[in-house]
Design a protein around this ligand. Structure first.
Ligand SMILES: NC(=O)C1=CN([C@@H]2O[C@H](COP(=O)(O)OP(=O)(O)OC[C@H]3O[C@@H](n4cnc5c(N)ncnc54)[C@H](OP(=O)(O)O)[C@@H]3O)[C@@H](O)[C@H]2O)C=CC1
Ligand SMILES: CC(=O)N[C@@H](CCC(=O)OP(=O)(O)O)C(=O)O
Length: 345
């Protein structure tokens, strides 16, 4: 059994990591950290875990984590993760970082969208952990930057079209909606029940920090620099992301042909489900599972293709993808611990 630590376990992605890893056949969770809950039983922090764990939360200290675990998930806010990741690597640990700190290859780009980077030397080494696109790079990695939730939903939606050169990369418009758990568990006014419930609003229009991350992957796929219009919205549900992506087709096509292209592209992928023609994804069908559901439609009047993708932001958008990456890094079956059918209804 591999000893695993969850750093930032008292957050939403932290407890989701616990839920998935508790059923993993090859790992044992030996350390969970929290500043505010240090010294408390983890099951008191999350009563959903009562009867399943006797772990007590540790403070966030590299020495403690390194002594207790061989493999570490850092589920900390961006800007905080990079305070801990270099020390964990120096202690010989493999790390999957769920934050944005190691996702952008260009330090100047990170600094333009976030803050000064304190370990830019690690950016060249970090592997962007989207297994469907970068699986072979993830396997030998010591540090994997787990992708953002919106960027995961967008990259999987557009990869088949960009790789095949079927769409004009200058024409991309992406409209995404996320459930409130995407904002994390820390208390803030924008996440209060009355602020979210019965509302539906756009935010970060034209300046959301996932824009450069989306553009980095889409540029890799297209082979040319890509810029997008990306507009996220806050959806009054707990979990789920639905992204609707629009692009101009370079040559005439139809829905049946593109559904077939997507089905071929993702034929061997355990977690991507291409919907048959006429069926479109629904966040309610991926809740709690590591699936990404994709639906494709060609509007014959405008010759635009519209791709809809649905993921659970906490699973394929965070903890599930992180476990998928760990499985690759440790040579386990890629689906280990992730064979859960989404909850429905
Ligand atoms: N929520 C989502 O859908 C997704 C989140 N992510 C990313 O994953 C990471 C974790 O997100 P999420 O679980 O939602 O966040 P939460 O706010 O729910 O949890 C953050 C965790 O980090 C700890 N923490 C916060 N500040 C510090 C600090 N300064 N030093 C040490 N520990 C700290 C918190 O506990 P305590 O305060 O007790 O220390 C808590 O355990 C973030 O980088 C997020 O952007 C990525 C994809 C999707
Ligand atoms: C609804 C909501 O607020 N979502 C978050 C994105 C989710 C996330 O955690 O993004 P990172 O992984 O890059 O940190 C946001 O818009 O900032």
């Amino acid at each position: 059994m591999i000893r695993v630590a969850i750093v930032g376990a008292s957050g939403y992605t932290g407890v989701e990591l616990y839920r998935l890893l508790a059923n993993h056949p090859h790992v044992e969770i030996t350390c969970v950290t929290s500043r505010q809950n240090a010294g408390e039983l983890f099951a008191d922090v999350f009563p959903s875990l009562r009867g399943r764990t006797e772990l007590v939360c540790d403070p966030v200290e590299v020495e403690i984590v390194a002594a207790k675990a061989d493999f570490v998930f850092t589920a900390l806010p961006h800007k905080t993760a990079m305070e801990f990741v270099p020390g964990l690597l120096a202690a010989g640990k493999k790390v999957v970082d769920l934050s944005a700190d190691y996702r952008l290859r260009d330090a100047a780009l990170y600094e333009a969208w976030y803050q000064p980077h304190t370990s830019p030397e690690l950016l060249a080494e970090a592997v962007y952990g989207l297994p469907e696109l970068y699986r072979e790079k993830v396997r030998p990695a010591r540090l994997v930057a787990n992708p953002g939730c919106y960027p995961t939903s967008v990259a999987l939606a557009l990869a088949p079209l960009l790789k095949a050169g079927l769409i004009d990369p200058a024409s991309l418009i992406i409209d995404s909606k996320s459930g409130a758990s995407g904002a994390g568990r820390a208390a803030k006014v924008d996440s209060l029940f009355c602020e979210v419930n019965e509302g539906f609003k756009a935010y970060g229009v034209g300046n959301h920090r996932h824009t450069p991350e989306i553009e980095q992957t889409l540029s890799d796929l297209a082979g040319v620099p890509v810029m997008v219009n990306f507009t996220p919205h806050l959806l009054p549900v707990n979990r789920g992301i639905l992204s609707t992506c629009y692009a101009n087709l370079k040559e005439k096509s139809d829905t049946a042909r593109l559904v077939e292209l997507f089905a071929d592209f993702y034929r061997d992928e355990p977690f991507v489900r291409v919907q048959p023609k006429g069926s479109l994804p629904n966040v309610a069908c991926v809740r709690g599972g590591n699936q990404c559901d994709l639906g494709v439609v060609v509007d014959p009047r405008t010759q635009r293709v519209i791709v809809v993708s649905a993921i659970d932001n906490l699973v394929k958008g965070a903890a599930g993808q992180a476990v998928q990456n760990m499985n690759l890094m440790l040579g386990f079956d890629e689906t280990a611990g992730l064979n859960v059918i989404p909850l429905y209804p």
